[in-house]
Write a protein that binds this ligand. Structure first.
Ligand code: C5P
Length: 404
């Protein structure tokens, strides 16, 4: 219920993507928001007020007043009621009017009087989308603080294919959720570095030494941090997954050396670092410039890679927290305690390959969190998203003992 108690005003304009707006309204309601809907007269041709009134659980407003009884629909009170105003779909016509201060319907007068953040999810044909007039109007709105939720590439109602599809309702809801997290979350104003995924150490132009790390644990941690309002720098090795939240700055790297450089550069102004990357311990001493030809046995000389966690541990100030992982196969507790100390960590998350459902590539993990003061908390098998919650709860508790 990330939007519990939030007032969200949804503005609907006359585009075919309006058929998705009831789903968007449900996404908001499902997350605990109270939703009201304002429509342009044209929007009623694409989606009925009855549908939107039913899913939003509130009457729809379209006109400045009710012709039956003269009751005034106040754009000012709608604008002050809303914590966020989300115009989806936003047609080229409505955005042009917004950019020029035209106020010829209730949706637009509400826009002009809204004090909250306004989001617009454009939807139109690809040629309208790339027309210089539209491009300029969107830019103007962006400069004035409207959060533009970019249209996607794909099949359009016209039968053409290109950029112009309205972002999916779940993604629009997620954008709005991220905005409130940045504004109100328990980690707002905090910056956290996360390393994730494997590293690839080049042998020649086509071969590398790597490992089976999927990055799932690190990405789940980054999303959890972002959902609590932290701004996250995610230094990621090569993985097949991507980050969803806008609060995550993904910096892709390949080798341990590249990961070290990015992590060191980011750490200086971070409050914490969570090291989940499965960094290769060794890299080939030399990288062949050409593909190595097959000619019988051959061996590669390996040299030790930098220990990123330990380097950050040396840089760490009293105000910073470092957490890491220990993936063990034997003598788990002793090894984890050893790493915690050697790398100057504040807590370490132990997972054992001996436990079913734990470790690389799975969607679940079973961990024990060991803190510097010796506190040891074992957790049952959980999804990686839920393990991330336990880890960030621990981080928040430790952060609260440090004065900012
Ligand atoms: O020593 P070991 O590799 O088991 O330590 C695991 C922890 O140290 C993890 O948090 C991992 O991300 C981090 N690490 C690192 N750089 C390395 C090796 C491990 O940051 N070169």
């Amino acid at each position: 219920m990330q939007l519990k108690g939030k007032h969200i005003l949804v503005g609907v304009t006359g585009g075919i993507a309006a058929y998705k707006t009831p789903i968007l309204v449900r996404e908001f309601v499902r997350r605990g928001a109270e939703v009201k809907v304002v429509m342009t007269p044209m929007a009623k041709q694409f989606v009925t007020p009855l549908t939107l009134a039913t899913v939003s659980k509130n009457p729809i407003v379209v006109d400045f007043f009710d012709p039956e009884n003269g009751q005034w629909n106040s754009h000012v009170s709608l604008g002050t009621w809303a914590d966020a105003y989300v115009i989806a779909p936003a047609t080229a016509n409505t955005m042009a009017k917004m950019a020029n201060g035209v106020a010829d319907n209730l949706l637009l007068t509400t826009y002009l009087s809204a004090r909250c953040t306004v989001f617009a999810a454009p939807a139109m044909d690809l040629d309208m989308m790339r027309h210089p007039a539209t491009v300029k109007n969107i830019e103007t709105l962006r400069e004035r603080g409207v959060e533009i939720i970019e249209a996607e590439d794909g099949e359009l109602a016209s039968g053409l294919s290109g950029k112009g599809r309205m972002a999916e309702p779940a993604d629009i809801a997620f954008c709005v959720e991220s905005y409130f997290a940045r504004r109100d979350g328990s980690l707002k104003g905090r910056k956290v570095l996360v390393t994730a995924g494997p590293t690839y150490e080049k042998i020649d132009p086509v071969r590398f030494i790597g490992n089976y790390s999927s990055g799932k644990m690190g990405y789940a941690i980054a999303e959890e941090l972002a959902s609590r309002g932290a701004s996250v720098v995610l230094v990621s090795g090569p993985v097949k997954i991507s980050a969803r939240s806008q609060n995550i700055d993904v910096q892709k790297v390949e080798s341990a050396k590249q990961m070290l450089d990015k992590a060191k550069a980011a750490f200086a102004d971070c409050d914490a670092a969570i090291m989940t990357a499965a960094v290769a311990d060794f890299a080939p001493a030399d990288v062949a410039e050409q593909k190595i030809k097959r000619h019988g046995d051959f061996s590669i000389q390996l040299v030790a890679n930098p220990d990123i966690a330990a380097e950050l541990g040396r840089m760490k100030s009293e105000k910073q927290i470092i957490a890491g992982f220990a993936l063990e196969t034997n003598d788990e507790m002793n090894n984890a305690h050893g790493k915690l100390e050697k790398k100057n960590m504040d807590f370490i998350v132990l997972n054992s390959l001996a436990d079913k459902g734990a470790g690389f590539m799975t969607d679940t993990n079973k961990v024990t969190i060991i803190e510097k003061n010796g506190t040891t908390t074992p957790y049952p098998l959980k999804s990686k998203a839920d393990v991330a919650i336990d880890i960030i709860d621990t981080l928040e508790r430790l952060m609260s003992t440090i004065q900012k």
